[in-house]
Ligand binder design. Structure first.
Ligand code: ADP
Ligand code: MG
Ligand code: MG
Length: 883
């Protein structure tokens, strides 16, 4: 079995198609090398090795030794350097690279191969002692952190002290001798903390680093990242060993990162940052302020330091050509890492760049218009869930702003929330329901969970490609980075800026689109839905088969849903209307009434209110189907719970508090989810459903007369298990319709159907379809009843279930396609056999989940119904599922 694949110097054992085997980084390095780009030679140890390494108990098979030796020989042959040779040493980087990009999640070691001898050889060979010792101190620092897992703070401290001693502010001011002294200090730290001297054997160094990269696959932060991004642990990472090129060889050398288009707004402009005389991650680490890539960007930012276009015009021109070539080759926006060594350009990485939803949209639409991709591809390029970022409010441009600082607009969108200074607190406060802004000097991978919990992220240090910025954009969180005037005291939990002090819990607002930071909360406005968004939606609508409806019961929600392109209402929950002020008293009177006559009297009061509700919805949804579910929840939900309320309700209903308590305890249920609810209410108190049906038909006739456009009511009976239940309830609805139509002298089309939310209903769907004219899969309850898991109590164990792979995802978020899905398939099939044209839809939370929508497409349902803000997501996901 083969584990090592070479690249560079005219050899490419793999290519872009091999990302599962070589990881994204390794596959693209091989690809770049094969299309003639300048890539330092190297080799990739495959992901299969990682999997085997863990299976075998963290040991390498013997055969790997020889393969790696061949790989090193490959690099030596091309570079004419020798690994471990004192006079002419080869240095390598050891880089991780998983199948899916996990930025900043895995560890990299640079300058490997340096020891007390080779550092002298490097100094002599390059004629630059400062460079050699800088590389050595970097190597010891990284190796100690990543491989030996020593306290990296103590190394940083030693570096700071060395600078302070000489009154320097920048790392680059340290001389060769200063760095040599620092290396001695570092070696002392290693011995002190590790108990052994820093490893001088370059092969020991190499194997240590390879093991550490594989080891980092199981690090806590990698696990968290995988969990948040649905990356299976079984994928493993590859290891790339690659000849070093040096951006730290003086003023003609540099290192940088770039995007071929603006990852934040999507504009077609090169975008990036670089640092002269620097190495590796100096640019993203926020140690020095990076310089802009292009002159235009520098001018726009009003920055002084020369752009790369100005400082290194020739290399820049070459780089720009590479950008265009890579974009055409990969037909996507690329995120690139490069290094310039003494005026020569080297490519170190390329991958499809992470981007904001706004940029994703613009880039997809632009690329389709440019002819780089077709419309279908454009539709597939945008993650439906990411649209969420665009559908939510932004800061009202006219609202007053109390601006306290300005940083970089690192990730767009606006967020208000309380200030917190660490990830743990962010998580805790968010769990308690607070909106949180995580404020850090800079972020690191340890902060990921806090960033996820926060509404927004604010940092004092770091550029547009800093960790905070990249991660925030990926997560869709607004972020302002590099707000340099913030004085953050993370321990004391205070933030001082512009002569003011903010403590943990104080409210601030950040605008990730402008970089502004404001005291207090700022008003927001609704998003703009035209432009690229509109274009892509038109394309998506052309491509999809499934109809998309909304779960909505208020006129406002219906309006929002229609603006977002909903093609009707898939679920109007009537009980929400019962809770409204002014009505709840009548509802309670109805519940408390001993006899039918009392119930009817109370229902008469509710009738005009319900009619008005339905009329408003029918008018907004003119000409579109509206599915109305008759009363579903157990009645005691409408009764008071607090002591004070009892007296109030007693006064309003004319009952004694005692009688009220008595009735409440009669209505108490041990397991209300499976109790007296759904059509069981209609079976026992038909007058409730009768009133609701009457309200529906009266409203429908009223709206038809008023607007000339007849609404299409679909009356839905909840929690049906048997044909007979539906038959009884349909009779009630039909009788109400008949009565209303006779009174008004006009008829209209309507349907009566049922929710399929009990396993029995799914199994007996053939019979139920004899009565029901449509099925709507109520997948929230169907998931609860199929899995036997109560959604409200699942939080305690479901996380562990997902972690242990019992369910791939939270089954209440993404449909359990295997189990619940099979019931849906059975019901759809049996329902259709009885009634070939039966209308089939889904109205659970899953109706807005792209993976579940893909299942609905496969099963041939007619529509999905999602919450209003999810409607565009569902439209796009439905198109993707169909293409
Ligand atoms: P990550 O996946 O965290 O981006 P990388 O493996 O890309 O880690 O390494 C981080 C940085 O180290 C790169 O962006 C590059 O600047 C630098 N680097 C990696 N390998 C080399 C190399 N062979 N020569 C010079 N710099 C390198
Ligand atoms: Mg890294
Ligand atoms: Mg990288």
């Amino acid at each position: 079995e083969r584990y090592v694949y070479r690249f560079g110097g005219g050899v490419s054992d793999g290519g872009a198609g091999d990302r599962n085997l070589l990881g994204g980084k390794g596959a693209n390095l091989a690809e770049m090398a094969s299309i003639g780009l300048p890539v330092p030679p190297g080799f990739t140890i495959s992901t299969e090795m990682c999997t085997r390494y863990y299976e075998d108990g963290a040991v390498f098979p013997d055969s790997l030794k020889a393969e790696v030796a061949d790989g090193i020989a490959h690099i030596e042959g091309i570079t004419a350097k020798v690994f471990g040779d004192a006079a002419n040493p080869l240095l390598v980087s050891v880089r991780s690279g998983a199948r899916a990009s996990m930025p900043g999640m895995m560890d990299t070691v640079l300058n490997l191969g340096l020891n007390d001898q080779t550092v002298e050889g490097l100094a002599e060979g390059s004629g630059d002692a400062r460079f050699a010792w800088d590389s050595y101190r970097r190597f010891i620092q990284m190796y100690s952190d990543v491989v030996l897992e020593l306290d990296h703070g103590s190394f940083e401290e030693a570096l700071e002290i060395a600078k302070e001693d000489h009154g320097y502010s920048l790392d680059t001011e340290l001389s060769a001798d200063d760095l040599k002294a620092l290396v001695t200090t570092y070696k002392g730290l290693v011995e002190q903390q590790w108990g052994k001297p820093f490893p001088q054997d370059v092969h020991e160094q190499l194997w240590g680093a390879v093991g550490a990269v594989f080891g980092s696959w199981q690090s806590e932060r990698a696990k968290v990242y995988r969990r948040l991004n649905d990356i299976p642990a079984s994928w493993g990472t590859a290891v790339n060993v690659q000849a070093m090129v040096f951006g730290n060889m003086g003023d003609t050398s540099a290192t940088g990162v770039a995007f071929t288009r603006d990852p934040s707004k999507g504009d077609r402009a090169y975008y990036g940052e670089f640092l002269i005389n620097a190495q590796g991650e100096d640019v993203v680490a926020g140690i020095r302020t990076p310089q802009y890539l292009t002159k235009a960007a520098r001018e726009e930012a009003g920055a002084k330091a020369a752009s790369m276009e100005e400082a290194m015009p020739e290399v820049y021109a070459q780089l720009a050509k590479v950008f265009d070539l890579l974009e055409t080759h990969y037909r996507d926006m690329q995120d690139i890492e490069f290094t310039v060594q003494e005026g020569k350009l080297w490519m170190l990485q390329t991958r499809s760049g992470k981007r904001t939803a706004k940029a994703a949209l613009k880039i997809a639409v632009d690329m389709a218009n440019e002819g780089l991709i077709d419309q279908t591809e454009a539709i597939l390029r945008v993650d439906p869930l990411a649209l969420d970022q665009l559908l939510h409010p932004t800061l009202d441009p006219d609202a007053p702003r109390d601006v306290i600082a300005k940083g970089l607009p690192a990730s767009p969108g606006a967020a208000s929330g309380i200030v917190v200074f660490d990830a743990e607190t962010a998580e805790q406060r968010a769990e308690r329901g607070d909106s949180v802004i995580l404020v850090r000097i800079e972020t690191s991978p340890e902060d990921i969970h806090g960033m996820h919990a926060a509404r927004g992220i604010l940092t004092a240090r770091g550029g547009m490609t800093s960790h905070a910025a990249v991660v925030a954009r990926g997560m869709g969180r607004p972020c302002v980075s590099g707000a340099g005037t913030l004085a953050i005291d993370a321990k004391g939990k205070t933030l001082r800026v512009s002569g003011r002090e903010f403590k943990e819990g104080d409210v601030i607002t950040i605008d990730g689109s402008t970089g502004e930071v404001m005291a207090g909360e700022v008003a927001t406005v609704q998003p703009e839905l035209a432009g690229d968004f509109g274009t892509l939606m038109v394309w998506a609508d052309e491509g999809r088969r499934l109809k998309v409806r909304a779960n909505a019961e208020t006129p406002l929600d219906c309006k929002t849903a229609r603006d977002f392109g909903a093609e009707g209402v898939g679920l109007c929950r009537t009980e929400h209307m019962f809770f409204e002020a002014g009505r709840i008293t009548a509802v309670r009177q109805m519940i408390l009434a001993e006899k039918e006559a009392g119930r009817r009297a109370a229902l008469d009061k509710l009738l005009p209110e319900q009619r008005a509700d339905f009329a408003a919805i029918f008018e907004i949804m003119a000409g579109l189907p509206v599915t109305i579910r008759l009363l579903d929840p157990p009645l005691h939900e409408f009764l008071p719970h607090e002591e004070a309320e009892f007296q109030e309700v007693a006064n309003a209903t004319g009952l004694t508090v005692e009688a009220l308590r008595q009735r409440a305890s009669e209505l108490h249920e041990f397991n209300p989810m499976l109790g007296h609810r759904g059509c069981r209410l209609g079976v026992t108190y038909p007058e409730i459903y009768e009133m609701q049906a009457r309200a529906i038909f009266e409203a429908a006739v009223e709206v038809a007369e008023k607007t000339g456009e007849a609404p299409i009511p679909e009356v839905m009976i909840p929690l049906v298990a048997t044909r007979r239940e539906l038959e009884l309830m349909k009779a009630v609805v039909d009788a109400a319709a008949k009565a209303v139509f006779e009174e008004k002298g006009r008829t209209l089309d309507y349907l009566v159907g049922t929710m399929i939310e009990l396993p029995r209903a799914a199994l007996k769907a053939g019979e139920i379809a004899e009565v029901g004219e449509f099925f709507s899969f109520g997948t929230n309850d169907l998931t609860q009843t199929t899995l036997g898991v109560s959604r409200d109590d699942a939080a305690r164990f479901l996380g562990v279930y997902v972690e242990k792979g019992i369910y791939a995802k939270d089954p209440f978020v993404s449909l359990d396609v295997e189990g619940v899905g099979e019931l849906i398939e059975i019901a759809a099939e049996r329902g259709r056999r009885t009634r070939p044209n039966i209308k089939l839809g889904i109205c659970g939370e899953h109706g807005g989940d792209p993976a579940s929508i893909a299942f609905c497409e496969q099963t041939g349902l007619d529509y999905v119904s999602a919450s209003p803000y999810r409607v565009p997501i569902a439209r796009l996901a439905a198109a993707q599922a169909a293409l």
